[in-house]
Ligand binder design. Sequence first.
Ligand SMILES: [Zn+2]
Length: 85
Amino acid sequence: MVAPQAGHVANMIGLRPRRPGVDPEGGSGDEKLAGPVHAVEGTAGRAAAATSTEVQALCGEWVQIVGVEDLPDDAGLCPVCQYGD
Ligand SMILES: [Zn+2]
């Protein structure tokens, strides 16, 4: 087992928001988050979560940080984020 390096922060997870006009359903106007799940570098992810802003995932997609409890059950992990590191 390798001890975590000083300053290492675990990656965060994010989902890409569906913006009004992009979602073909039209919908209620609520901003919905859509899979797949993206991985976000920990430090940047924490900062984005604290300010509720979007942050760039490892694959380059702009996402919002979400908690594990907010993940859709059917959301898969972005393959670029999964295998890119
Ligand atoms: Zn990704």
